[in-house]
Design a protein around this ligand. Sequence first.
Ligand SMILES: [Zn+2]
Length: 417
Amino acid sequence: MTSSSFTALFLAALGAGLLVRIWLARRHVNHVLAHRETVPAAFAVSISADAHRKAADYTVARVRLGIVDLLVSAALLLLFTVGGGLQLLHATAARFADAGSLGHGLIFISAVASVSWLADLPLAIYRSFGLEARFGFNRLTPALFVADTVKGVALAAVIGLPLMACVLWLMDAMGALWWLYVWAFWLVFNLLVLLVYPTFIAPLFNKFKPLEDGPLKTRIEGLMRRCGFRLSGLYVMDGSRRSAHGNAYFTGFGAAKRIVFFDTLLDKLAPAEVEAVLAHELGHYHHHHLWKRLAVIGAGSLAFFALLGHLAEQDWFFNGLGMTSTGTAPTLVLFALALPVFTFPLTPLMSMWSRTHEFEADAYAARQAPAAELVSALVKLYRDNASTLTPDPLYSSVYDSHPPAAVRIARLQARTQ
Ligand SMILES: [Zn+2]
């Protein structure tokens, strides 16, 4: 491969990806707007025309912002690569540390991360204080936004810099098979984050209180016993500090396993509905969905790291993406930036796989708790989160990790009869 043919391939993939994504987004917007005035028959009793219109407008606003985001990211990527931005940052970083040294690599990677973060900042601010606020979901104050940002940057520095230093060192020190060591290191790091996230990282951003004794707790403990689950805690998180969206999730694994409810979810759902939602989450555990995902991601990333090992030796890879300098840090940065351009075709496959997991978890939930309670919980969540009930089928099949509301609820209702 020559540098110029790789540049052409990169630009073609980027352009094709953009066109397909924008085409899908436009289909989705048109489909949602075409169904804006009529609530689907299955939801006619439970969802008002106003709530349905709000969901349509919210969906359209988010998809349109997504297109802006897409264009900004693509422009930045072009500026970084064929625009020579990365080479410029690399040369500038060499003024602060010996070229090619570990320090130079870390400054270069930090500079790229900082520029990307700054480019995304206006959209992030608009997303919370413009879009989410307009639809009544934002609870974030500017002070909290700044505090979150400062904590996020500090965390990225405290965890990210030593992590990057280790990776760059492995790349230098481990010979031809360095990519295998980096892969193993990366995998262990990810498992470690899963393990420490609930106890050490999440509490930096939110307050967690044990779920109080009462009818809900009794119900949940009954469900746990029926399903044969042990965990180290039931917690309520102050999600209402940032957003009105409700949620519940499992976090950690092994002995550190815990269930976290957003306070916003407990406000909206009756105890029987919370129990059904939880039974769905238990279904994910029962079917080992987390481990299956990790196994596929682990195996897939091995292939990507092997590819990385190969590309690190090819001059056309660097030159084709606008860099004359080679070395460990440029290899990592170019790979991280260029890979998503080529992996878009995997999106529908991962989404489809995720949807089969959702069906499995729903089926499990329907065996452990009344399916009708899960249906009414889902309807409330769709309504209160202003999720559209009428997605474009093609858009939904490419992106949605969860099945469309109508399909999911129809399957559950079939179980109640
Ligand atoms: Zn699920």
